[in-house]
Design a protein around this ligand. Structure first.
Ligand SMILES: *Cc1c(COP(=O)(O)O)cnc(C)c1O
Length: 354
């Protein structure tokens, strides 16, 4: 059965390293655990290292963590639809908000129920996902202040995730300038400037983080040791955090090009094949339901993932120098996207190693 090996030691070391690195720049972090569906064993591991706040995009994950008896501060990274706002107030300590109507409704709930939920208003500095466009932000932030009062504790931005926009000091200066203007005009002082995710780590590494930025939300760098936006491994952290194993169900020599006219595959894609003759191929017990096949890197040398369908993964093992038989397993490193799917798939058994 396909299973994923979770290296808790490596995750702990990554969290520890990034806590220290960011602290030196005056930055607090929320460890983002959405990629592992808020897995309580993993959450517990990062909390043990001194992380105080968990960033989550799904209320279900926060509930799962609380149910396991863990009690960190929770930062909700993305709101649910309005019907679930009461749960936001119950489960999250802080929520990122990108819309005035939502802020108004949340603030009403907070007041009705006597809660202390805090809000961080999101400013879009160019990546084109959540929040008000920076050039329209000042007026909207003034309105947000008048709606939420002291529950509005700061502003934030997110880069790299949708548009792949790189973090530069100018992007974060936009936040700091807005904060200063708001203070001058309304007297409200923002205490949180939540600037970054993993893609913004280079600014800290290079000592280029504008002074005043004091909060980062880190997922990929802790969980995978990578920074896909900047196409790199993050220095100082390990990539040896998760390994997925697929079992070999069949081993056969087959041509490299299908025989017949080619239409579309099971996912509506038109596969392209190069003729490299007869190849030895392994079929493994996982597929698109469990992983992103293109996001898998075999840890056996000279093996290559060719393609996946819903439940099958085809791996070319012709050039592999070791022995493989039906029933053996092949290990793979996972991209962020592949990890997301593997942790979400309940067909993939999770195995924790300390
Ligand atoms: C997922 C998410 C993060 C974490 O980003 P990484 O690139 O995994 O570090 C940060 N902020 C927001 C708003 C997110 O949705």
């Amino acid at each position: 059965m396909a299973y994923i090996n979770v290296n808790l030691r490596a995750i702990a070391d990554n969290a520890n390293y990034l806590l220290k690195l960011t602290r030196e720049s005056g930055v607090e972090i929320a460890a983002v655990t959405k990629v592992v569906c808020g897995d309580p064993v993993i959450v517990d591991t990062v909390l043990e290292m001194g992380v105080k706040e968990i960033g989550e995009s799904r209320l279900e994950n926060i509930a799962r963590i609380k149910k396991a008896g863990l009690d960190p501060r929770f930062l909700l990274l993305r709101l649910p639809p309005e019907q679930r706002f009461p749960e936001v107030i119950e489960l999250a300590d802080t929520a990122l908000v990108g819309e005035l109507g939502s802020l108004r409704k949340l603030k009403e709930l907070v007041d009705d129920r006597g809660k202390k939920t805090e809000f961080i208003y999101m400013v879009d500095t160019g990546d084109l996902r959540e929040g008000v466009m920076y050039y329209d932000a000042f007026e909207e932030l003034k309105e947000a202040v008048s709606i939420a009062g002291s529950n509005l504790v700061g502003i934030g931005t997110n880069l790299g995730c949708f548009g792949g926009v790189l973090a530069k000091p100018e992007k974060f200066d936009i936040l700091l300038d807005l904060g200063r203007k708001i203070e001058r005009e309304t007297g409200t002082v923002f205490t949180v400037y939540s600037a970054g995710n993993t893609a913004s780590l280079p600014l800290i590494e290079n000592g280029m983080l504008p002074e005043g930025i004091n909060h980062y939300r880190l997922g990929e760098s802790i969980m995978c040791g990578t920074d896909v936006t900047n196409n790199r491994s993050v220095p100082g952290v390990s990539r040896d955090t998760f390994t997925i194993y697929g079992s070999v169900l069949e081993l056969r020599e087959k041509p490299s090009v299908p025989i017949g006219d080619i239409g579309q595959d099971a996912f509506g894609r038109k596969p392209v094949f190069q003729d490299s003759g007869i190849r030895l191929k392994a079929i493994l017990d996982m597929g698109e339901q469990d992983v992103v096949p293109s996001g898998l890197t075999p840890l056996f040398s000279d093996c290559e993932v060719i393609h996946g369908s819903s439940d099958h993964l085809i791996v070319d093992i012709t050039d592999y120098s070791g022995e493989l038989s039906v029933g053996d397993s092949i290990p793979f490193r996972l991209s962020y996207g592949a990890l997301l799917r593997a942790m979400t798939s309940w067909y993939v058994r999770k195995e924790y190693v300390v």
